[in-house]
Design a protein around this ligand. Structure first.
Ligand code: MRU
Length: 359
């Protein structure tokens, strides 16, 4: 199994996803600027993976800070965090991870600066390890929703490549396969950057999980012909009322699921839930360079000078979401807000089986 990102001998090594599936190459980052650039240019992408990269980037940047006291060190850390925070606006994991890293430093302010620097490396590695454990828990809860023989549609890449490992949307698929059930995954190619074709198809094939690649505009017809039983996608930011920001095109998949009475599930680690926002209206949506639309692999496919819109994400309203699969269980979107309360009795709101079957 490949590693999406790792800390090795004082450097951050990133599997360069812009070169997959043609080449498996690791990028070695020695300074925080290189990590920021890797996030911005999608060499590492996917909400949880972006969070891990930001945490490691902050730890990396911290190593070269020379500060006489903690206050000065903290100011330096803030500067590095702003540089990393400016890379991509939508995935909340980025900000979550930067906050957690800075909170770690603040909690250890009495220690020697050199010791805090080492501690930050450990904290970034913990974020990575915890992410994999969270994904396995998502897989366990989500597998209960998947019947033997299920044909599952997914959009973009919310797999091992988008996380520390194991994936979010792919986790229930992986657990189902580990339990000996049969599944078949349909992967939307996911224009404009083709994360489905380049990444999801590649990683599922690596693991021997049956996958068929389709273009985005084929999903409707496959549903109409009864060839999709359920959809599972990931999320970059889900908010209190259960509105879900995810890769552009996700909203379309959810509308199609509704029209064909197919369950639409969202796999969301709690680090991807922004409890500070009440609805999806305030989620910042990243606008990406027009070349992603006018070119494919560096080759122009649209007329020179054409106007282009390229929002990278859309927001699916909670009413189209059948359930949200988290590491703490499966919940209806309307019950999500209860997760913000550490004392909530989640047992009363957990869903343990598929809420409805398709046929
Ligand atoms: O632009 P990307 O490739 O970073 O977008 C990624 C997605 O939209 C994923 O579906 C989402 O981050 C969930 S990843 C577990």
């Amino acid at each position: 199994m490949f590693e999406t990102i790792r800390w090795r001998e004082g450097k951050v090594e990133i599997l360069d996803q812009s070169r997959l599936p043609l080449e498996v190459v690791y990028l070695s980052c020695r300074e925080v600027g290189e990590v920021a650039e890797a996030i911005k240019t999608l060499k590492i992408r996917g909400a949880p993976a972006i969070g891990i990269a930001a945490a490691m980037g902050l730890a990396l940047g911290a190593q070269s800070l020379s500060a006489r006291d903690f206050r000065e060190f903290q100011r330096g850390l803030r500067g590095i965090a702003s540089q990393l925070a400016a890379t991509r606006p939508t995935a909340v994991n980025l900000f979550w991870a930067l906050d957690r890293m800075q909170a770690y430093a603040a909690a250890h302010r009495e220690e020697a600066i050199e010791q805090i620097k080492q501690g930050l490396v450990g904290e970034a590695q913990r974020i990575l390890e915890e992410d994999i454990a969270v994904n396995r828990a998502i897989g366990k809860w989500g597998a209960a929703l998947i019947p033997d023989g299920a044909r599952i549609l997914t959009h973009c890449n919310a797999g091992a490549l988008a996380t520390g490992g194991y994936g979010t949307a792919t986790a229930p698929m992986r657990v189902t396969v580990e339990e000996g059930k049969r599944i078949h995954v349909y992967a939307d190619e996911t224009r404009p950057v083709l994360q489905g074709a380049r990444l999801t198809a590649w990683e599922l094939m690596q693991d021997g999980i049956p996958v068929t690649l389709i273009t985005d505009n084929m999903a409707a017809q496959f549903m109409r012909r009864g060839m999709i039983d359920l959809a599972i996608v990931g999320t970059d930011r889900t908010v209190r009322n259960g509105d879900v920001a995810n890769k552009i095109g996700t909203y379309g998949v959810a509308v199609l699921c509704k029209a064909h009475k197919i369950p639409f599930y969202v796999a969301a680690p709690i680090s991807s839930i922004d409890f500070s926002l009440a609805t999806g209206k305030k989620i910042p949506i990243e606008e990406r360079p027009p070349e992603e639309v006018t070119h494919i692999q560096g080759k122009r496919i649209a007329p020179e000078g054409v106007q282009v819109a390229n929002p990278a994400f859309d927001v699916t309203p909670a009413r189209l979401v059948t359930a949200i699969i988290t590491e703490k269980g499966v919940f209806r979107p309307r019950d999500l807000r209860r997760l913000a309360d550490p004392n909530a009795d989640l047992e009363t709101i957990r869903i343990r089986e598929a809420p409805h079957t398709t046929r």
